[in-house]
Ligand binder design. Sequence first.
Ligand SMILES: *[C@@H]1O[C@H](CO)[C@@H](O)[C@H](O)[C@H]1NC(C)=O
Ligand SMILES: *[C@@H]1O[C@H](CO)[C@@H](O)[C@H](O)[C@H]1NC(C)=O
Ligand SMILES: *[C@@H]1O[C@H](CO)[C@@H](O)[C@H](O)[C@H]1NC(C)=O
Ligand SMILES: CC(=O)N[C@H]1CO[C@H](CO)[C@@H](O)[C@@H]1O
Length: 883
Amino acid sequence: MTSVSSTKRHPNSGNGVGLRGGRGGMDLQGMGPEVKARLFLFVACLWPLWVMALYGASARGVDVAGPNAAMKTSRMMKLRNVLDRVDIMGYGPTHPRVAVIIVGDTRESLLQSVESIYRTTDMNRLFLICAVLDGHGNDSTLLAELDKIEKGSVPHWHGLRPEIHIGKSHEEHSKKIHVLFNPHKRGVAASRTDAADFISLLQHKHESAGLKSPQEDLILLLLEGGTQLTDNEWLPAVTTSLIVPPPLIHTETNDDATENIAMKLANAVALRSQDHGERMAADEHLQLVQEPVPAAHMQQSSGQTYLTPVWNGGGLALRLDTFLNFPAQDASLRDAWAANLDVTMNLWLCGDGIDVVQEALITQPLAPTKINADLAARFAAVWMDDKSAQKFLQWFSPSTKSLDWETKLTHARNSPTFPKKVQSRCRSFGWYVEEINTVLSKILTEEPPKRDEGEADTSNESSSEDAQAVARKIFGGAKAGRQNGRQEEEHKAPPAQEESSSSKDEDGRKKPTFPLRKINLEIVQKAKPIDIKFVDVSGGHKEHPHMGANDEDGKIGYIHNEAILHRNPPTFHFDSDKKEHMACAPRDNNWKMMTKRVKVESEYDQKMENSGVKRDKIFCLVYTTEESHGKIPNIRETWASKCDGFMVGSTKTNSSLGTVDILHEGKEEYENIWQKVRSMWSYIYDNYYEKYDWFHIGGDDLFMIVENFRYYLESEEIRTAGNGGMYLPFGNETMQTPLLLGRRFAYMGDMNNIFDSGGSGYTMNKAALKALVVNGFPNYFPHMHTFSEDTMVARVFRKMGVYPYDTKDDNGGERYMPFMPGHHWSYHLPKDPSKDWYAKYSIDIKEGPEHSSPQSIAFHYVKGDDMKRLYALAYGLCSDEYK
Ligand SMILES: *[C@@H]1O[C@H](CO)[C@@H](O)[C@H](O)[C@H]1NC(C)=O
Ligand SMILES: *[C@@H]1O[C@H](CO)[C@@H](O)[C@H](O)[C@H]1NC(C)=O
Ligand SMILES: *[C@@H]1O[C@H](CO)[C@@H](O)[C@H](O)[C@H]1NC(C)=O
Ligand SMILES: CC(=O)N[C@H]1CO[C@H](CO)[C@@H](O)[C@@H]1O
């Protein structure tokens, strides 16, 4: 393909903007002379914009002119229609090109790496190699060698069908290599950012010249000088991991069909150098340790991909945008290993982590250098809270005085390149060592090795002991969780030191009057407790699902006052002479259930209210669309004002109704509820997380008995469950076990696929909501288009080891009802349960009135005036005449 044809296809690209004469057409205003020079040096590398990638044609044969063209175009248009949003122009969103950054300090190392790229990469997909020779001025030999490679001295191929050749098999190879020389060594981090800036600039130039579609999301490969790619499949493998697959390739929204598709898109892929099934972690000296990949991870992907706690150097592929948007790019990190650790932390704490894919192989990277005390202090200052930093540094070097550490920490924080506010935007270091880099988890859970007495500074000993006491307090919750019998296989037995403090903890702890049912104890113990401290993941509310809401005038940034309804509850209109009362009369099954079976725990509620005990705060969320806003007043008048917080997620904001126009990805349609739910929960997490203990969601035909809801949530059973299942909490815990409460259904009767029915809604405690929004949403099914949000939520939780809790009461009565009360009063299982989906989905249910707990919490399919009728019946508000 030639420059000429490419300009023809891109009328917008302007006069003369093409391969050869292209420079003249580019707007170079506002660029410094140095940048201009770099840009001129690099003759726009244009392997643009046609469809060989999809047809598997070699780079040569496409010619627009001639009779074939029309046929090809129509075939293409057809394909285009079929693929809908899939951009088949150029490399589009599905087969983006790759830009490579190689930083090295010797000519040979750069040449080795460049050569390996030529041998293993489809040249059509190579956007640019930017090689940085750090610590050397102009090296004409290097330039001459690279020129030979560009002219075809290394076997390479173009297009999907490999036609490996040497030399120029067709007219010209465009220029693909650009070299930056740093006569004064700038270090790895700065060299990488220089190169990334250059690539980004070039990308924009290509886009404004019409030579690159903005939808093409360049892949960036960071390569250490001297590292060589050894597998031809590296780029396809990396692409599938990084780039969203075209939506129509899996139109099935069927649960099972999609389960096997790798929906999780990695933020970054580490190219593998170690043995299959091995991965890298970092120990307390920030040195690499190799560890086997847990079997469960291997099985999940048949060993194709697995996560790795650290990137050990060598090669790392990620989207260019990901790299440019790292919250903490510290260009002052000169040491390669320190810079790589920084990349690791950006990806794990502020992103979605790092995966390893099998096909992307490289030669062994350079051995990491030792991290010195200054770098360790800087690392701690950026990524850890103060207490973790103290503990970590004491582990890092027990013999260093704490005062020295303080000095180093302060020094790091005052450095002009110190990234600001990383901790408030990213996950906690505690999360990272507990969940990902577990070899390091001892730094937070075990006492650091004792300082050498000889070196210890006695006058300052006491102050450092205080710090340890504080740290113990902070992390005490984590210990408490562990001692509940959970995670015992994963963690080594605590050392003797910890034992003494733990037995002290044990003293005050109380068991509930009745232990949890076995099934629930198992469910609770599978879920890991998490730190319930709020972590801001809103990212400035720029991106779905954190885009926030529109106000009544459609202006973005609206924050709903969720507490106002509770503070000013509307009057319940149910006048004694109205026909509404007449509605009380019929002795139907709804009447029977609400008056004979269900009991509202008002007395309990009143007693608790008067006792002065701190009550749990409940947030209730209803979702609807503008067309159904008429249903909202009945909800507000009946049960909603009893929730401490209330909000209606909708398509239009109306503050008098409490509806909020929540922004989300994709269309506003039933088939896309999953995306709406992701946005609603994110909005609630972003705005209300800290004020509430419980979060419940349901549709606009949900009826709740909030007194019974509180009765259950505040019960010993549920408090124990949220505290790991064995002991009642003290109330000061910082760790909590995620709980997902609702009506359990087994999907198609499959007991391995249990979810909470969306009809009666589901309830989450703080830990569950945080896990869902902070960990679940970004990692699992982020772009799925589906209506079955209830099964999706359960799937996300399942991935995190959280399973729906069995909410039956002690007599086997259900609390969350998927139908109207009357239906449950009279329901009997059919002889052949396979004929009835409800029978098939139900788990161990009772029949008739016994089915429902007297402390039932929620009913579904409650429409129109039935909302008021059920309310009046349950609360005894019907006039005597009709009672
Ligand atoms: C490198 O070469 C360019 C021209 O080829 C020249 O402008 C520049 O000053 C040289 N730099 C060094 C450090 O020699
Ligand atoms: C919580 O309170 C209990 C008893 O008052 C105490 O023993 C425990 O150490 C406290 N835990 C934390 C994490 O503060
Ligand atoms: C909000 O809803 C109320 C009741 O339906 C209606 O009267 C009012 O006009 C609505 N306000 C806006 C701004 O849409
Ligand atoms: C002897 C010594 O180094 N003492 C230090 C103890 O710590 C305080 C601050 O906490 C310093 O001011 C002292 O110099």
